[in-house]
Every structure is written in structure tokens, then in C-alpha cells.
Design a protein around this ligand. Structure first.
Ligand SMILES: Nc1ncnc2c1ncn2[C@@H]1O[C@H](COP(=O)(O)OP(=O)(O)OP(=O)(O)O)[C@@H](O)[C@H]1O
Ligand SMILES: [Mg+2]
Length: 306
């Protein structure tokens, strides 16, 4: 283990005690390969089949993935584009099944989506209903669960307040900014009171300033609700700004979580603080090591320049 590792891991021990020690998610020796028969589908999704089914590996995008996510933790997945972050997140959400290995949520095998796992997608336009008002979008999941109207009202109102949209309840998505639409998505997920909030680059499509505002707001939401957060990003700065624990992926094929870093700073964090910049540099080195594990591969290193 390098010195850098020691610094990071020693600092961490002082900072993780606010979370319980209970694992919400456990992933053991998980592997995922996509069905070769889907090759045609890959073309239609703009995915290069050769990147997935090249001759020098047996088709596993993820291999031997092991992971624990603790209750209340703000947990980040960080890795190069195409390494399998969304694939693992979709397995945790229950949208995809693993090819091998096991995955549980509070001890129960994950085989399909469940109310204890709320999902927030990158593109709010594809996730919220344009024909429903903000209020009705947030209410939607509760209605689907059969919760009575009178009981729904305070839940929706609280969720809207939490994301600062209480004065926009009657608007339709077309009347909202990108950041506001993302707030609707977050409110909708939180209204269903999931144990864990699963977020795939939720602020990736926003401009830099809106993104920072939502990041700050979201830290407050996390603190108030105490939810477990699983947050995918390929932006190193975002990872260091938000996360308590960062799981770094090696590159695909056969990607796995190669190292984990605990972030030993309180919130709000100032990325200009030299101590935090130095920490960010060390995480950058770890990310670079992880990405370079497959030196022969032509890998998108965009996470390194974030
Ligand atoms: N439905 C699918 N069928 C076959 N292969 C897929 C499918 N979805 C993703 N892949 C492949 O799996 C690999 C991992 O993709 P994934 O979307 O999980 O990466 P990612 O780390 O989320 O990337 P990004 O940062 O660009 O979002 C890629 O090689 C991708 O082409
Ligand atoms: Mg992705």
C-alpha cells in the first residue's frame, strides 16, 4: 500500500462515524456480460459491439465486483466512460440482472426494482411526465402505491419544500428550467421514501453554476433525510465535493472496483482549499492507475480531465 493510501485511509477513520455500520447493499463476486444475441440492439443504441465483445476477453463488462454500501453513506462510483458504472447501478436498481455473483439490499437478493431503491436519472425530460404538473409528478408514485389522497398531500408538500419547489407546484415541466426539472425528479423519488437513492450523473446535463447550486442543495437534502446515496459521476471534482466514500472502477472489460477512498472533509467543502486540492490530486492518481490497468485499450479518459 502506498503512502497516499495511508494518508487517505487514516484521515477517513475520523470522519465516517456518522454513518451506521450496517450494510444496505452488498455485492459479492458480481460479473455482468451482455447477451451476444443483442448485437443488433447495440448498433441501434449507438454502442460499439466490438468494445463489448472483443476477441481478447470473454464478454464480461464487469467481473469480480465486490462492494458494501453502508446505511446513510454518500457513496460515489467514479470511473472512465464505458467502464460499467451505469451497468452496476442498473443492477443495484434492479433493471438488469447480474450474470454471476450475488447482490442484496438489506439482505434480500435484488431481482427487480423495489420501493426501497429510488432512482434519479441524468435526463429529467425522460423521467418526468410533461403532461402532469409538478405536484402530480411528485404524487405519481404514491398514487401508484395506493396511498390515499389525504395522506399523499403532506408527503408531496414536504417533498416539494425539501427541494424548494413549493411555489411551483402548479407548473408543468415545460415551464421549468433544467435544474427545476431535476428537483422534481429528486422530490418524486424522495416522496416514496426509499432507503437508498440511486443517481446516475443526475447533474451531468446542467450548466456549471446550476450544477453547483444543486450539489449544495442536495447535500442539505441528504443531511435532512439521512438517506443512503449512491451517486455515479465521471467528474472527479464532483466526486470529491459530494462523496464520503468513492469507489473507483478499473476500465472495462472485466472492470471491477479497484480501490476505495474515504473523503475526510466536512461539508460544505471548498475545492480551492489547498488541503482538498491535494486530496483531489491523490484521488486523480488513483483514478489514473485504475484506468491504466488495461494500457492496451483505447479508453475514454474524460474523468481525468474533469
Ligand atoms: N444494454 C447493453 N447491451 C450491451 N452492452 C452494453 C449495454 N449497456 C452498456 N453496455 C456496454 O457495457 C459497457 C459499460 O457501459 P456503462 O453504460 O455501464 O458505462 P459507464 O461507466 O456508465 O459509462 P459513462 O460514464 O459513459 O456513462 C460499455 O462497453 C457499454 O458499451
Ligand atoms: Mg453511465
Amino acid at each position: 500500500m502506498s503512502n497516499n493510501n495511508n494518508i487517505i485511509e487514516n484521515d477517513v477513520k475520523n470522519n465516517t462515524n456518522q454513518n451506521s455500520n450496517k450494510n444496505v447493499i452488498e455485492v459479492r463476486n458480481l460479473g455482468k456480460k451482455f447477451d451476444v444475441e443483442n448485437k443488433g440492439l447495440l448498433f441501434s443504441k449507438n454502442i460499439n459491439p466490438d468494445a463489448v465483445f472483443s476477441d481478447n476477453h470473454d464478454g464480461f463488462v464487469l467481473k469480480d465486483v465486490n462492494l458494501d454500501i453502508k446505511e446513510g453513506e454518500f457513496h460515489i462510483f467514479l470511473g472512465a466512460s464505458g467502464c460499467g458504472k451505469s451497468t452496476l447501478l442498473n443492477i443495484i436498481a434492479g433493471f438488469l440482472n447480474p450474470t454471476e455473483g450475488s447482490i442484496t439490499c438489506e439482505g434480500n437478493p435484488i431481482v427487480k426494482p423495489g420501493p426501497e431503491r429510488g432512482v434519479v436519472f441524468q435526463n429529467a425530460d425522460q423521467a418526468i411526465f410533461p403532461w402532469l404538473t409538478v405536484y402530480k409528478n411528485v404524487e405519481y408514485g404514491l398514487k401508484a402505491q395506493g396511498i390515499k389522497k389525504a395522506e399523499r398531500k403532506p408527503i408531496v408538500e414536504n417533498a416539494l419544500k425539501l427541494v424548494g419547489l413549493q411555489d411551483h407546484a402548479k407548473k408543468h415541466p415545460s415551464e421549468l428550467s433544467g435544474g427545476m426539472k431535476q428537483r422534481v425528479q429528486i422530490a418524486r423519488s424522495i416522496a416514496s421514501n426509499p432507503k437508498i437513492l440511486i443517481m446516475d450523473e443526475p447533474f451531468g446535463a446542467l450548466d456549471a453554476q446550476t450544477r453547483r447550486t444543486l450539489q449544495d442543495e442536495f447535500i442539505e437534502i441528504w443531511k435532512k433525510t439521512g438517506k443512503t446515496i449512491l451517486f455515479v459521476t465521471h467528474d472527479l471534482q464532483e466526486a470529491v465535493y459530494l462523496g464520503q466514500k468513492i469507489s473507483i472502477f478499473s476500465a472495462s472489460p472485466d472492470a471491477r472496483i479497484i480501490t476505495q477512498v474515504d473523503v475526510p472533509f466536512d461539508y460544505p467543502r471548498n475545492l480551492d482549499d489547498p488541503v482538498i486540492s491535494e486530496f483531489e490530486r491523490k484521488v486523480h492518481e488513483k483514478l489514473e492507475e485504475a484506468i491504466n490497468i488495461h494500457k492496451d485499450k483505447n479508453i475514454d479518459k474524460s474523468a481525468l480531465s474533469a
